[in-house]
Design a protein around this ligand. Structure first.
Ligand SMILES: [Zn+2]
Length: 306
């Protein structure tokens, strides 16, 4: 039964019957969110500067978007080699496990798509809790995530909670670790009740198991060092998958068929389709890189950029 809980969805899949147009039209003006915040006490003699009404980690993120799950581009916005993320500080800033249950699916590549979260087994109606202090950025039904809450935290992370049956918070709501945010469920792209839980930094999904000891129900450490090299080697699932595919091709066909970025010398009997397939690329890409048409005749000895 438990195995049924594994969902296989990627909220970032471009070819899903998405609702891009709708969500763009409905995109909220973020100034509205400012209005919704609790008014700051007007201190005598001190200017009330509205820019001080800030969302958690506003210095790190370019926007506060209550409609789009992941509008951030990690590679564009992360310019350092590494960053130390302070996860908890003092007693006020603690960590709470969103739900204590068995893990049914981990961070990694599924057969056809990346799985950016960790799936935690639960029953529909079980309480799902915020794991750090923060502010709710997104709380709505969102494509494959189903009923979904995304919280921006003071430590710079964002956490995502998907497939819930009921949402109990709304955008702009400030909350502390352990706040009940919704009830577990089976909405969106999900087969069987479970919580899809993600930790992201500037939009880049990270493996929650690098942060959390699920057996103990606690953080592995009070801080987390994120290196750009870790993103390349562990977290960028699409790039990893492409490299893996290229490696498999190289093993299968030898170095005769180079991976992307290499050069190939056309041999007798070659076709664009066969070269593309064996090099892990497409005819379209080969044509573009080499100024060819799909119907072009190849010459023996011709050099093709792969
Ligand atoms: Zn999942």
């Amino acid at each position: 039964m438990l195995n049924l809980n594994a969902s296989a969805f990627s909220p970032d899949e471009k070819n899903k019957p998405g609702d891009d147009k709708k969500s763009k039209a409905k995109r909220e003006d973020t100034t509205k969110m400012v209005m919704n915040l609790e008014p700051i006490a007007d201190l005598e003699g001190e200017e009330t500067d509205t820019t001080e009404i800030s969302f958690p980690s506003h210095d790190l993120y370019a926007s506060w978007d209550t409609n789009t799950a992941h509008p951030y581009n990690f590679s564009e916005s992360f310019k350092e080699d590494s960053v130390t993320i302070i996860l908890t500080q003092g007693e006020d800033n603690c960590f709470v496990l969103p739900y204590k249950g068995g893990l049914t699916s981990l961070f990694g590549w599924r057969k056809y798509r990346p799985h950016y979260g960790t799936d935690i087994d639960l029953e529909t109606g079980d309480s799902v809790l915020a794991c750090f202090d923060g502010m709710v950025r997104v709380a709505k039904y969102y494509r494959g995530y189903g009923n979904c809450v995304i919280i921006r935290h003071k430590n710079g992370l964002e956490t995502v909670y998907g497939h819930m049956s009921k949402l109990l918070v709304e955008s702009g709501q400030e909350l502390s670790a352990g706040t009940l945010i919704g009830l577990g469920g089976n909405t969106g792209h999900s087969y069987g009740s479970h919580l899809h839980f993600e930790i992201r930094y500037l939009g880049q999904a990270l493996d929650t198991q690098d942060f959390i000891d699920y057996e103990k129900g606690d953080l592995k450490s009070n801080s987390f060092v994120l290196r750009k090299s870790d993103v390349t080697s562990k977290y960028d699932l699409r790039a990893l998958h492409t490299r893996h595919k290229n490696d498999l091709m190289a093993r299968k066909y030898g170095s005769r068929y180079p991976a992307k970025g290499g050069v190939y010398r056309v041999r007798s009997g070659d076709t664009l389709g066969a070269i593309a397939k064996r090099s892990g690329t497409s005819i379209k890409s080969l044509c573009k890189k080499n100024g060819l048409r799909p119907t072009s005749t190849l010459r023996i000895g011709q050099r093709l950029k792969i």
